[in-house]
Design a protein around this ligand. Structure first.
Ligand code: GDP
Ligand code: MG
Length: 488
């Protein structure tokens, strides 16, 4: 305990001779009291022979006049110097070049350990690049790689820990197990062109409602059955941004996009945006020319305007299916559904229902009475009550599955959207859902993801060296009023 913060101060005062040291240890005992901590008794350090020499080696008036001390000093200094030089040579000889395994983020200490370098050297390198860091700071893999390579080491980057392995990468067995599945449709288009009206009109006439009947609560997705008896799943994405965000996270949920264009308004900015999104996703489009009941409706103008965006509808000799509809009058809705079914047939959509479920979170919220409620689109396999599921950083055991009308289901197969109860917390829209075999595995995966998420966030903030002002403005845009803050 010679390095306890209080000890250097209670030993022999600097510059005094060894004889002045208090010989009664009881007297020198220090009692340290800290709130909430057990009382600590600290003994003063016993100066070692080296320390005594060092004290004596200090050039004071008394030591300068004593010849013996002068001799001691030079011997000690000589010894120190040779030792330092020897040590240095020793270091260089032993330097090993290593293959350094780099996860997505790493602390400076950990990086230094893996390279067998000193953390101060790593910190110095960061300082040269204008980044102030301490050994416990987390840096991202790019920065870590630069440092490791600069020091002559080779780097092996690991994107995901083995923890995630086997959760999603089992491909569907492409044999008779793969059965046809319903298409998943997203309605997109410019604001006020009638997306919500169309979704509502289709739902009202085609959802087989439970006894709850007329109650129209907001739901993220629902399934209908066409007059011909074919099921179709509709997803109500809150906007194009959500569609793109989901895609950016690797969650492709839509098979077909229905592009709604108001016949009295024509192609507008968000129409063009929706076309771009559908094309980028490689998803086929069906054009629904809406509001044909209106006085100023000009469906022909919509058709020709679409040509500018390289969308050629069938009546103009192209291959994009178009249907003239009226959401409010209910005109041609069956024809639209028929066209969706036709397009789906061309896509030959299949999935294996006989395997553990995989899906995507469409939306999630915290319900006062029921806890976290997630709307999940099952994409492969069958989700059952009692399954252990993982989504993003959340996991849980499926307590209940509900359809869009609030009816409970025992299971949900491919393309079926369900409300899932039983998550420990709300997952995020776009999180992929997987089934795991044990609670410990569920914990392992979610804890790992949680850690990665926090570390990536920390590395990002650290890398930007954000000021309090930056932070406040970020919090403002995120709409947060409270935040944890550590004052150093
Ligand atoms: P969204 O912003 O695309 O979801 O559009 P909404 O569904 O909210 O519709 C915007 C407005 O257009 C509402 O006032 C609807 O009543 C009206 N609307 C939607 N479809 C039709 C239609 O087929 N005919 C007429 N006349 N009005 C419609
Ligand atoms: Mg709307």
């Amino acid at each position: 305990g010679t390095l306890s913060p209080a000890s250097p101060m209670v030993g022999a005062p600097a510059g005094t001779t060894a004889g002045a040291r208090p010989n009664d240890e009881e007297e020198a005992k220090r009692i340290i009291r800290r709130p909430g901590m057990p009382t600590k008794v600290v003994l003063p350090p016993r100066p070692t022979r080296g320390a005594a020499q060092k004290d004596r080696g200090r050039l004071t008036v008394s030591s300068a006049t004593g010849g013996e001390d002068e001799r001691t000093r030079s011997v000690a200094a000589f010894r120190r110097r040779t030792q330092r030089l020897k040590g240095h040579v020793h270091d260089q000889k032993e330097k090993l070049l290593r293959e350094v395994i780099l996860p997505e983020t790493i602390t400076i200490q950990d990086l230094a350990n893996r390279m067998s370098e000193r953390s101060v050297d790593v910190i110095k390198m960061l300082m040269k690049q204008g980044q102030m860091a301490t050994i416990n700071d987390v840096i991202d893999a790019d920065t870590a790689q630069l440092i490791a390579e600069e020091l002559g080491h080779t780097v092996k980057r690991v994107a995901e820990a083995d923890v995630e392995e086997g959760l999603f990468d089992t491909p569907d067995i492409q044999d008779d197990h793969a059965l046809p599945r319903p298409p998943v449709v997203t309605i997109m288009g410019h604001v006020d062109h009638g997306k919500t009206s169309l979704l509502d009109a289709i739902r009202k006439t085609h959802v087989v409602t439970g006894e709850a009947g007329g109650i129209t609560q907001h739901i993220g997705a629902y399934q209908i059955v066409t007059p011909a008896g074919l099921p179709i799943t509709f997803i109500d994405t809150p906007g194009h941004a959500a569609f793109t965000a989901m895609r950016a996270r690797g969650a492709q949920v839509t098979d077909i996009v229905v592009l709604v264009v108001a016949a009295d308004d024509g192609v507008m900015p968000q129409t063009a945006e929706a076309i771009a999104h559908a094309k980028a996703a490689g998803v086929p489009m069906i054009v629904a020319i809406n509001k044909i009941d209106k006085q100023g409706a000009k469906p022909e103008r919509v058709r020709s305007e679409l040509l500018q965006y390289e969308v050629q509808v069938e009546t103009l000799g192209g291959d994009t299916i178009e249907v003239e509809v009226s959401a409010t009058q209910g005109t041609n809705l069956d024809k639209l559904l028929e066209m969706i079914a036709l397009q789906a047939e061309l896509l030959d959509l299949k999935a294996n229902p006989d395997r553990p479920a995989e899906g995507t979170v469409i939306e999630a919220r915290l319900d006062r009475g029921r806890g976290p409620v997630a709307t999940v689109l099952v994409q492969r396999g069958t989700l059952k009550v009692g399954d252990l599921i993982v989504a993003g950083t959340q996991w849980g055991r499926v307590r209940a599955l509900l359809d869009a009308t609030g009816m409970t289901l025992a299971s949900a197969g491919p393309s079926v959207p369900v409300e899932v109860l039983g998550f420990s917390g709300s997952p995020e829209a776009g999180d992929r859902v997987g089934v795991v075999e044990s609670e410990s595995r569920a914990r392992e995966i979610t804890e790992y993801r949680d850690r990665v998420k926090r570390e990536v966030a920390a590395a990002r903030v650290g890398g930007m060296r954000s000021s309090l002002v930056d932070m406040m403005s970020q919090l403002k845009t995120a709409g947060r009023k409270e935040f944890p803050l550590v004052i150093k």
